[in-house]
Design a protein around this ligand. Structure first.
Ligand SMILES: [Zn+2]
Length: 73
């Protein structure tokens, strides 16, 4: 399997809009989207493979988490 090499932790990593951390969006079992700190992911993790025994939700570490929790109007 060939993966792009331009990523640091995960091919689908992106920057958090609240801080500059690298995150990867995963889908929870209930269909919600959750940002995970990219350094806790493996490059081969698929979006539906959220594993909270290993992945750390960026909600819990983001200094700007309030921006996420506040509903967009
Ligand atoms: Zn953040």
């Amino acid at each position: 399997m060939n993966l792009p090499t331009s990523y640091r932790h995960h091919p689908f990593e992106t920057k958090c809009s609240g801080c500059d951390a690298l995150i990867v969006w995963f889908r929870t079992e209930t269909g919600k989207r959750m940002p995970v700190n990219a350094e806790t992911t493996k490059p081969t993790d698929a979006a539906h493979q959220l594993d909270l025994s290993r992945h750390v939700s960026h909600f819990s570490t983001c200094p700007a988490a309030d921006q996420f929790r506040r509903a967009r109007k």
